[in-house]
Design a protein around this ligand. Sequence first.
Ligand SMILES: *Cc1c(COP(=O)(O)O)cnc(C)c1O
Ligand code: SF4
Length: 395
Amino acid sequence: MTYIEDRRKWYSGQGFWKNVPESKWKDWSWQLRNRITKLEQLEELIDLTDEERDGCSHANNKLAMAITPYFFNLIDREDPNCPVRKQVIPRAGEMVVTTDEMLDPVGEDSHSPVPGLVHRYPDRVLFLVTDRCAAYCRYCTRSRLVSNAQDYNFSPSLEQGLEYIRNHPEVRDVLLSGGDPLLLSDNKLDYLLGELRKIEHVEFIRIGSRIPVFLPQRITPSLCDVFKKHGPIWVSIHTNHPKECTQEVKDACERLSFAGVPLGNQSVLLKDVNDDADVMKALVHRLVRMRVRPYYIYQCDLITGSSHLRADLRKGIEIMRELRGHTTGYAVPQFVIDAPNGGGKVPINPEYIVKIDDEAIHFKNFEGKLYRYPLKAGAPVEEAEAQFGPEEIVM
Ligand SMILES: *Cc1c(COP(=O)(O)O)cnc(C)c1O
Ligand code: SF4
């Protein structure tokens, strides 16, 4: 497969909502109020496949469907294989549960000392501050708790989470996630970030959010002021395909960046969406042009009902091989597996080392050529010259 795109152009939607005044379109609360959440609404807008119709009628028992009008606009209505479409429109494959799949694939619940807080690594915590998102990704690793479709009883308590962090001086890094933290009001975020900043041992605060991509209108000047006030706040956005890199997203990233927010991106490797080196290369190139540093590509977690979306891990390795050295180092993310049952994120790399012993390391470069780097200091040149004569020494 070759992916060809017009690099000069930033993507834009298809304009199904031509009758909506711009003032409404650009208003994030209008976008939220007008989300597509029901099969009947979808059918008015798009010809669904049987698979999709089936998926939609069961979605609400697993992970609710919700799509912002803005994001829906990026779907190619003529193409059932549209990479944007597959991320947010449920398909029948979601009802298929395979033997390795789990409700909590990365063992978050067992590493959770208080509700909504996961303390897996020594110096940092994951703080789930809401169970709602602007739209729902069909492969979401937290399907058990986001959107409140399952009987999970998620009741995150900001106060309990804050108290835990206050009482644990080893926590120097707090990652706010959910759900999507940017669905909280500016006031609530201001309070939460302010409380975290008061904790002396918290050095690093970051937010994982797909809002800049699902709802770029939410990145308002007043939200940016909150980030400025408590900065540096790092933000990881979540894009999977270059088509998500629209002018609106680029503008939202610019607003964040100008407010002093360093930006990263996380992608999930998805079958027939982005498990292809040309697509990933186009994506990472767009990201760096939007001031976003590609951070992680995740092998899709073994979440219940995701087999139709999980890509072959070897494609991920191949993608990494085709990025490293072939393009800007800043544009190359790290491919990781979040180890099942709570082992944490582990890098999965193409093999560059051919042999390593006390003498030397033998390794391949990005073109597959072999190189050797000695690990032992050689003899001083004068000694070697005395033994062999200068013309015999190859430097
Ligand atoms: C991903 C994750 C983090 C952050 O990991 P980094 O590699 O530092 O980005 C922290 N805690 C949990 C539970 C996580 O899943
Ligand atoms: S935005 Fe994140 S938390 Fe929300 S559905 Fe998508 S992957 Fe899950």
